[in-house]
Design a protein around this ligand. Structure first.
Ligand SMILES: Cc1cc2nc3c(=O)[nH]c(=O)nc-3n(C[C@H](O)[C@H](O)[C@H](O)COP(=O)(O)OP(=O)(O)OC[C@H]3O[C@@H](n4cnc5c(N)ncnc54)[C@H](O)[C@@H]3O)c2cc1C
Length: 395
């Protein structure tokens, strides 16, 4: 259920292994393609690799590469590091509509339906496995209980906004990340339904001056406010919007996302079990650009677990095994994303400052976006982080 990054990747993957898959989703390919933008969707090599292995990388010859991470904090830290392998951002309107079309072409069944919790009973009777890949939000909150031990925030920590802009094309060919006391900004090159664009993303601490998007009515308003916000909060990036123009009328979005980790196994009134994936299971604030990457890793973990299950039933034990396999990486993306929402502790600031002088440190930090498994054992422990700074500096 759900035709997003998580659901479509798994549906297409299993279809290629001979499984009979039905995608139940609320919007068809055309409606997705012509609708509002959905995400900044920067995906890194590790996640892209799974799509490429399955031949689902339809845009590699057209999508601009994301070659590195440039980091700058108003506190005076500034560095840039290439990624080992480039990332890529393909407008989810383009990607999901192409994938849905391909899925149907390969004989997959698509049912257009907005599914409510009650409809899941019927699906659970009909199918041997029901996966709920319906994205973030409260619609299935009752079914998949919030795991409070793994969810440190009970509400959104940022007011967020995103606009696609048409730029001169001379900007940094990577993720341009800026950090200030009022919030964050990042921009990156992407392939939209209308061609190459730059995705500009603002993340404002609630109630602060960068949390200023609620009343923005259209792309032009947004562009004007974004230009002012850049000049005021991240002036070294202001030139990005000089001689640029906003994308189409639906090329902006705004909102708030409450990060949450849920119990991925839901039990229906009948006792039947359904399995959550992607944002429905784990929603992170987009600050670290991990959601679409984790949706892909979740699809990869579930696919492998389904293949290994063979003819055995898709019971709760199978579901927990699949999620556990995903959580091996998902837990680190979650910790990384949640920690970035808090003021950085001194050892993290010291690491980011050292990255200015020591490219090895900058590179290690940049690669966290690709593979966050390095994060927890490194930057959540002060002693380890300080020792690493000393060792890397000596090298
Ligand atoms: C502003 C912003 C910027 C972001 N930037 C990045 C980034 O740079 N990198 C990154 O990795 N991630 C980023 N993300 C996060 C990323 O977009 C999501 O984590 C990812 O798309 C989740 O995929 P999903 O398949 O779980 O859910 P979704 O993509 O939300 O897909 C859900 C699908 O389910 C369908 N659906 C929903 N409800 C129902 C229903 N009741 N019945 C039937 N169908 C339903 C929807 O129509 C949709 O097809 C960003 C998110 C935002 C909002």
């Amino acid at each position: 259920m759900g035709a997003g990054q998580a659901g479509m990747l798994l549906a297409l993957g299993l279809q290629q292994h001979g499984y009979q898959i039905t995608v139940v989703t609320e919007r068809d390919a055309d409606t997705i393609r012509t609708g509002r933008i959905l995400s900044n969707q920067c995906m890194f090599d590790k996640a892209l690799r799974f799509e490429r292995q399955q031949g689902l990388n339809f845009w590699d010859d057209r999508a601009p590469t994301v070659d590195g991470i440039a980091f700058r904090a108003t506190a005076g830290i500034s560095w840039e590091s290439p990624l080992d392998n480039p990332g890529q951002s393909v407008d989810q309107r383009l990607k999901m509509s192409d994938w849905l079309t391909e899925f149907a072409k390969r004989g997959g069944e698509i049912r257009l339906q907005r599914v409510g919790p009650a409809d899941l009973e019927e699906l659970a009777r009909e199918f041997s496995l029901v996966l709920v890949a319906a994205g973030r939000g409260p619609q299935f909150a009752q079914l998949f209980a919030r795991d409070s031990a793994l969810s440190p925030f009970s509400e959104a920590q940022r007011g967020i906004s995103l606009l696609y802009v048409k730029t001169k094309g001379t900007e940094y060919q990577g993720v341009n990340f800026a950090l200030g006391p009022e919030g964050e900004f990042f921009s990156l090159p992407l392939l939209s339904v209308d061609g190459p664009r730059c995705g500009i993303y603002f993340s404002g601490i609630p109630g602060g001056p960068l949390d200023c998007w609620d009343d923005v009515a259209n792309s032009e308003d947004f562009f004007e406010r974004a230009s002012k916000a850049l000049e005021r909060h991240f002036p070294w990036l202001a030139s990005l919007l000089v001689d640029a123009e906003p994308g189409g009328p639906l090329d902006f979005l705004k909102g708030r996302i409450a990060p949450v980790v849920r119990d991925p196994v839901g039990t229906l009134d009948s006792g039947a079990k359904v399995l959550a994936m992607g944002d429905t299971a784990v929603t992170n604030d987009p600050i670290a650009g991990q959601g679409a990457n984790m949706a892909a890793h979740c699809a990869a973990a579930y696919q492998q677990t389904i293949l290994e299950q063979g003819d055995r039933p898709f019971d709760e034990e199978f579901m927990r095994l699949g999620f556990q396999r995903f959580w091996e990486i998902g837990q680190h993306a979650t910790r990384f994303s949640n920690d970035l929402l808090l003021p950085p502790p001194d050892h993290v600031l010291a690491t980011l400052a050292t990255a200015q002088q020591v490219p090895e440190v900058a590179h290690r930090f940049a690669e966290l976006f690709n593979d966050p498994r390095d994060y927890t054992g490194w930057l959540t422990d002060e002693e380890t982080a300080i020792r690493y700074i000393q060792e890397a500096t000596a090298r």
